[in-house]
Write a protein that binds this ligand. Structure first.
Ligand code: NAD
Ligand code: DAU
Length: 381
């Protein structure tokens, strides 16, 4: 164990984004020991990490972040000097049905991890020197923006912009790092709460923390209850595509490997106690991105153009559905030199191809328990 230069716990490493972070760190830093701590909930899947599981600098531990004693024991056992915390309940629709699980994992789990790191690091002679607790959060904590002029309907500058809580960039309104928190779903409320706890551990105990808030990710290994993999799979199986409301909500999409690269840069070069927004200035109305997905899947499957348009099915809107998210990531770009590597067209092509080429990965998830969940989610719409 001691031949490694650093010992980093990545929580939630068997999930979508976590698996990309683990892969990047394990491959790029053979002198770091990467300890993936994951409970393997329905969203955790060790098949996401088949290509790195035999690497000598990778270790998997099945554990619940809410279990404080185990977290403390892991900190000691592996001489942990860094935590990259991604483990969470992450799906808004599930949070509407079961808010308690979200409060437990996202709030109490984060607190248990913070307290374990604090107790361990404070017991060392060097204390917090060379340590880092990096918490991965979401743009959803900032609430919802109005649509812009070009997106139609509402005026370009919301009342919030004029009160200074949103920043005007590129003539529009975006979330900046100082935007006031205004979460609306049980998911975003739980993430907001966990962000506050992380900052409180810096302000109260001097723990070297960093928080980042990222926009919607897309790419390989995303659990198929989220829009993009769900729709790719449904098109393939000629199942309905459930569009919430009128499909007018706007999301800001970032390729997952670009998020993982940002996490790497920020983990190494980010300033303690800072917040960085991560996003690629890539906003899409749901209905427009859905049309791009349909067109791409049909083309790659050899179907005639327009073949799957009839699968679009407008369903009851998500309760409290945030209208628009849009991240201003210029602080990260200017201060740390990160920028997205992929154009959206390239990213979505890669993503659709990946899901079509990895049907077995998809089938393993979509059979059994998941099928029952999916039916129960949509049976009452
Ligand atoms: P995911 O749902 O795909 O994966 C979550 C992982 O956490 C799973 O492997 C699961 O098994 C694990 N986990 C859940 N509860 C746990 C517990 N109690 N103990 C240990 N492990 C547990 O999530 P994701 O989409 O990869 O998101 C990862 C993180 O990034 C989350 O914190 C999420 O809030 C944040 N985020 C996600 C997005 C996005 O678009 N997906 C965007 C911004 C931020
Ligand atoms: O913004 C970052 C967030 O992005 C992350 O913090 C969350 O963990 C992640 O799940 C994601 O949240 P969203 O709710 O935006 O993602 P989702 O894929 O569930 O939905 C994207 C949009 O598509 C949203 O406006 C709801 C809509 N939608 C979704 C599904 C699953 C549909 O219209 N139909 C669907 O079946």
């Amino acid at each position: 164990m001691n031949e490694f230069k650093k010992h980093i716990i990545v929580t939630g490493g068997a999930g979508f984004i976590g698996s990309h972070v683990v892969r990047l760190f394990v491959n790029k830093y053979p002198d770091y020991q990467i300890i993936n701590v994951d409970k393997l909930t329905y969203a955790g899947n060790l098949a996401n990490l088949r290509d790195v599981e035999e690497k000598p600098n990778y270790t998997f531990v099945k554990a619940d972040i809410c279990d404080f004693e185990t977290m403390l024991q892991l900190m000691r056992q592996y001489n942990v000097d860094g935590v990259i915390h991604l483990a969470a309940e992450s799906h808004v629709d599930r949070s509407i049905k079961d808010p308690f699980t979200f409060a437990k994992t996202n709030v109490m789990g984060t607190l248990s991890l913070l307290q374990a790191a604090k107790q361990y690091w404070e017991s060392l002679p060097e204390k917090y020197d060379g340590k880092r607790f990096y918490h991965i959060s979401t743009d959803e904590v900032y609430g919802a923006l109005e649509l812009t002029h070009s997106q139609g309907i509402t005026p370009p500058f919301s009342t919030k912009a004029s009160s200074g809580s949103h920043h005007e960039a590129y003539g529009e309104t975006f979330f900046v790092e100082s935007t006031k928190y205004d979460p609306h779903s049980p998911y975003s409320a739980s993430k907001a709460s966990s962000d506050h706890f992380v900052r409180a551990y810096h302000d109260t105990y001097g723990m070297p923390t960093i928080v980042t808030n990222c926009s919607n990710n897309y790419g390989p290994y995303q659990f198929p209850e989220k829009l993009i993999p769900l729709f790719i799979n449904n098109i393939r199986h000629r199942k309905p595509l459930p569009v919430y409301g009128k499909g007018e909500n706007v999301r800001d999409w970032l390729f997952v490997e670009d998020h993982a690269r940002a996490i790497d840069i920020i983990y190494h070069n980010g300033k303690v106690a800072e917040t960085y927004n991560i996003g690629g200035f890539n906003e899409w109305k749901n209905i427009d991105i859905i049309k791009v997905i349909i067109k791409t899947v049909d083309r790659l499957l050899g179907n005639p153009e327009g073949y799957s348009d009839e699968l679009i099915t407008f369903v009851t809107d998500r309760a409290g559905h945030d209208l628009r998210y849009a991240i201003d990531s210029r602080k990260l770009q200017k201060e740390l030199g990160w920028e997205p590597s992929l154009q959206f067209e390239e990213g979505i092509e890669k993503t659709v191809l990946w899901y079509l080429d990895n049907q077995e990965w998809m089938d393993n998830i979509t059979s059994g328990e998941y099928e029952k969940y999916y039916e129960s989610m949509y049976s009452n719409r």
